[in-house]
Design a binder for this molecule. Structure first.
Ligand code: NAI
Length: 315
């Protein structure tokens, strides 16, 4: 049983203190689904928006300029400015083309929302190269292709906000989605390092892990769950992370049907032994896995320092 995609009847507040006046945003895959709603919310709040979309099917096949152009017209009706872009995020040239569209139309790029996505689900033992490469190209390389030229510009201007779209399929795993999961977890790694490299240039990078009833998920989210996962309720989280006042960087937020929560990677206190053997690992597995007192670390060097200090103090 499938569920109708909830109507976009989300009413924005009349006073909008978190404004995007004078900001230019690129939203990839904004011709439909979540991307369209992110683009509309940014535009409602004053951003000028590049509405990028190849206008293809859920599996990435086909293409049409129609969806991106339709969203540009919706934005015009809100009294805001937008341009359509039909480059594919899946190639280096396409990514550069999307950023050029922003620079030519609006002279800058302040915000990149990496949202474009396709699905080609297959259980791992049946996965072929074409399915693997196309999914990695759109989700993971796509974010590199668009963000790299934008990041160079953001560094020069000393300002940028990047939001990548990961998934609980990557963070937690999901049957039939090994390639999608790997691409989505790859985006978390990319975001973590963008947050570190962007910090001194006032560039912040975060991820959302959405759950929303769109054409991508309408066959999965059925009944009450499908009705609850209103895609319009993901945009507020994206817009907050894309805003100048966003205080966080290198983080992942679950966004679904009005629920917002933080995913994080924790490190347990663990077990130390200067003469560690295989048998020690087996005998101490409970202590190694014990989540009591886990730490959430900011970068790789922090783990190096912390682990070194624990080994030193234990000896
Ligand atoms: P959707 O299929 O409605 O939207 C994806 C959009 O990306 C489409 O408009 C499509 O034409 C566009 N696109 C695909 N390939 C492209 C390319 N090479 N270049 C430019 N545009 C391209 O799906 P939905 O649900 O809105 O997904 C948006 C993002 O959210 C995706 O990255 C998806 O993986 C992610 N996501 C969605 C979840 C959900 O519950 N809907 C759950 C977790 C992640």
């Amino acid at each position: 049983m499938t569920t109708a995609i909830p109507k976009d009847n989300h009413q924005p507040p009349t006073a909008l203190p978190l404004s995007f006046d004078n900001r230019v945003a690129i939203v990839t895959g904004a011709g439909g689904g979540l991307g369209r709603l992110h683009a509309l919310e940014l535009a409602r709040r004053g951003a000028r928006v590049v509405v990028n979309d190849i206008g293809g099917a859920s599996d990435g096949t086909g293409g049409s300029a129609g969806p991106a152009q339709t969203v540009v017209e919706e934005i015009a009706k809100l009294g805001s400015e937008a341009v359509a872009d039909t480059n594919s995020v899946a190639t280096t040239e396409g990514g550069a083309g999307i950023v050029n569209t922003a620079l030519e139309a609006f002279g800058t790029v302040d915000i990149v929302i990496n949202n474009a996505g396709i699905l080609r689900d297959k259980s791992f033992h049946k996965l072929d190269d074409e399915q693997l490469h196309s999914v990695l190209a759109v989700h993971l390389q796509g974010a590199f292709n668009v963000t790299r030229p934008a990041f160079i510009h953001m560094r020069e201007q000393g300002y940028g906000r990047i939001v990548c779209t990961t998934s609980n399929a990557g963070l937690l795993g999901n049957f039939g989605q090994s390639h999608y999961s790997a691409a989505k977890m790859g985006l978390v790694g990319l975001t973590n390092t963008l947050a570190i490299e962007g910090a001194k240039h006032n560039i912040k990078a975060n991820c959302i892990a959405p759950m929303a009833t769109t054409r991508m998920t309408e066959a999965i989210f059925s009944g009450d769950i499908g009705d609850t996962m209103n895609p319009a309720l993901v945009a507020p989280v994206v817009c907050f992370l894309a805003h100048e006042q966003c205080p966080v960087s290198g983080e992942v937020y679950s966004a679904a049907g009005g629920s917002v929560a933080r995913f994080f990677i924790g490190l347990t206190d663990g077990y130390r032994n200067p003469n560690l053997t295989v048998e020690d690992v087996a005998a101490n597995l409970e202590k190694i896995r014990d989540e009591t007192g886990y730490k959430v670390l900011n970068d790789a060097l922090q783990e190096v320092r912390m682990t070194y200090e624990k080994i030193r103090d234990a000896s």
